[in-house]
Write a protein that binds this ligand. Structure first.
Ligand code: CA
Length: 228
């Protein structure tokens, strides 16, 4: 059953960005760009959780929160640009369940929502772990665990990112530029040799014989691919 999220946020770009990210994670999303509409929607459409911006025109986030709490115990996560406001949110018995400080990442929001839902509805939220598999390799994205031929292996963050993108694109050649861009971003101090070094380290951890790799293959002059 999809989880219904109500976003009450006057900055349209933020509201829409959030909605987009949450829909991608299979949430159902409704949006309100001001407090009155938000309060109205909160009462009419019975969301499972509400993301509520603190600074709203008209009815403020404080007032909306207080008004919702008079009739409902729906979980509320407050959103604010000011971390120093948040002690008040939680301290003033407004009844908010958690808060997020702008700017936030999509992952952070989703993680917070799931955590709050777990607390609010202990038995109803079942999470399935996202696991990438290729023979002998099991990468549990949700738990951040890697098993290679039945043994736990630990990776550095860059090795983890590198393996993840290779596994997600199993069988496809990924160019060096793409890998550099995805794993290191616009880190201009990056030496191109760094990619090869990390591939070598990764092979030492996941290949039976790192000298003759069978999992991470070099495609000469192009890049690398995970064998399929
Ligand atoms: Ca605002």
């Amino acid at each position: 059953m999809p989880v219904n999220v109500l976003i009450i946020e006057d900055e349209k770009a933020i509201a829409e960005g959030l909605a987009y990210a949450l829909r991608k994670d299979d949430f159902q999303v409704e949006m309100a760009l001001d407090g009155n509409t938000g309060l109205d929607l909160a009462r009419r459409s019975h969301p499972d959780i509400i993301l509520l911006d603190l600074m709203l025109p008209g009815l403020s986030g404080w007032e909306v929160c207080r008004a919702i709490r008079r009739t409902s115990s729906v979980p509320i996560i407050m959103i604010t640009a000011r971390a120093d406001e948040m002690d008040r949110v939680l301290g003033l018995e407004l009844g908010a369940d958690d808060y997020i400080v702008k700017p936030f990442s999509r992952r952070e929001v989703t993680a917070r929502i799931r955590a709050v839902l777990r607390r609010a509805y202990p038995s109803s939220v079942q999470e399935t772990d996202e696991i990438l598999k290729s023979d002998g390799i099991e990468m549990n994205i949700s738990r951040h665990e890697l098993m290679v031929d039945g043994a736990a292996v630990s990776l550095t963050p860059k090795e983890w990112d590198l393996l993840q993108i290779l596994l997600r694109n199993k069988g496809r050649v990924l160019t060096r530029d793409l890998l550099l861009d995805r794993v290191w971003g616009d880190d201009s101090f990056m030496d191109r040799g760094t990619l090869d070094v990390h591939i070598r380290w990764l092979r030492q951890k996941i290949e039976a014989d790192p000298g003759t790799p069978r999992r991470i293959l070099t495609v000469r002059g192009v890049g690398y691919k995970f064998s399929d």
